[in-house]
Design a protein around this ligand. Sequence first.
Ligand SMILES: [Zn+2]
Ligand SMILES: [Zn+2]
Length: 290
Amino acid sequence: MPAPFLIGAHMSVAGGLHCAIDHAVRHQFTCVQLFTHSPRVWKLPQFTEAAATTFQTARRNAGIQCVVVHAPYLPNCASTDTTLRARSCAAIAHDLRIADAIGADYFVMHPGSARGATPATAIQRVADTLLQVHAAHPWRCTFLLENTAGGGTLLGASFDELHAIIRAVRHAAPAARLGICLDTAHAHAAGMDLCSDTGIAAIFNTLIHTVGMDALRLIHCNDTPVTCGAHRDLHAHIGRGRIGARGFQLLLAQPRLRALPWILETPKDTARSDTRNANLLRQWFALGAR
Ligand SMILES: [Zn+2]
Ligand SMILES: [Zn+2]
């Protein structure tokens, strides 16, 4: 039997973490991504063993194969401000404890912003902060750094930068618990060509020579209205942006990508938006099997 398509979306946890599973079930998803709390507040969320058990039971009953926790937006592991960095470390460690308690497979974080520092210094700072996070909570899930749209002082637009961070943390956390998440909208905004065979081959080639192909563990599948290389982070419905049907069809024809979990972070204009976006990807996944 051919491997199933691992598809899901970022879901709300209003009402409790297990509500994300309920939403995923409604769309017949096999994966789900969530924030443990509002990503734009610092207050560390309350969390109980009972909530973890409820989540794990809901997940088992729903047959969800992959759970991803996305880090909140406020922490910045690259900050030059030591107080902010310490706060970021505490917030990320707390979130990782929750991710492990609910049995999440992956934890995804953006590397951060390097204002007032050279990229090399900022990368070292992210690595040092992650080592402190690991000392505070040696995570059991796999920690993924997400590629970003780049621009300004934002780190992580290239696999080179993600690789430099991972290399500096690898002695503490095993390679199996470190990797990267490829966000298609961010990659396009960062100047990567997802819309041609040669463009995708070039991306794979860079991956192989930096983090390694095995480090790629998760896809954030988002279309985007911005032009390639515009360094702007805007997400669009699948097939309605610049990556378009052709880009996603090409990506879903790649055996290495077909085996990974795909998470939608596309607009939720209506209750059907996620289903519509997922159904297009499901169709193209089926096409790619031929
Ligand atoms: Zn993200
Ligand atoms: Zn993303």
